[in-house]
Write a protein that binds this ligand. Structure first.
Ligand code: 5GP
Ligand code: ZN
Length: 114
């Protein structure tokens, strides 16, 4: 856990452009954005992947999504549209093993789902 990049970002040990933080989640701009808005929303507690969720995390996961829609409105993309994406493990394209919800929008982007 001490080696986790995103845990270090939450703790402020690695700099990031934070846009929101509360008791449950932290949100910051992706270092390599694929669209004008590209924000990562992550739980403050270390959870590696969606596969590691338990029933106790259901409130937390809901909060990731409601934070996502709030930040979409703040960035002015709630009406034009956006994607909320969670990648899981190798074939899902996950590179950082601390659960994160991508908020991506501001332009139409190419995506395997069309
Ligand atoms: P994944 O592929 O795991 O779903 O997404 C990981 C995301 O984390 C990528 O979009 C990548 O650009 C972003 N990322 C990786 N390292 C850093 C970092 O040090 N700071 C920030 N802000 N984003 C990062
Ligand atoms: Zn972590």
């Amino acid at each position: 856990m001490n080696d986790c990049l995103f845990c270090k970002i939450i703790a402020g040990e690695i700099p990031s452009e934070k846009v929101y933080q509360d008791d449950l989640v932290t949100a910051f701009r992706d270092i390599n954005p694929v669209a004008p808005t590209h924000i990562l929303i992550i739980p403050n507690k270390h959870i590696a992947t969606i596969n590691d969720l338990t029933l106790e995390d259901e409130n937390l996961v809901g909060h990731l999504f409601t934070t996502g829609k709030t930040l979409a409105k703040e960035d002015g993309i709630d009406e034009s549209g956006y994607r909320l994406i969670i990648n899981v493990n190798r074939d899902g394209g996950q590179e950082i093993y601390h659960l994160h919800l991508h908020l991506i929008g501001g332009q139409k982007m190419r995506h395997p789902m069309g």
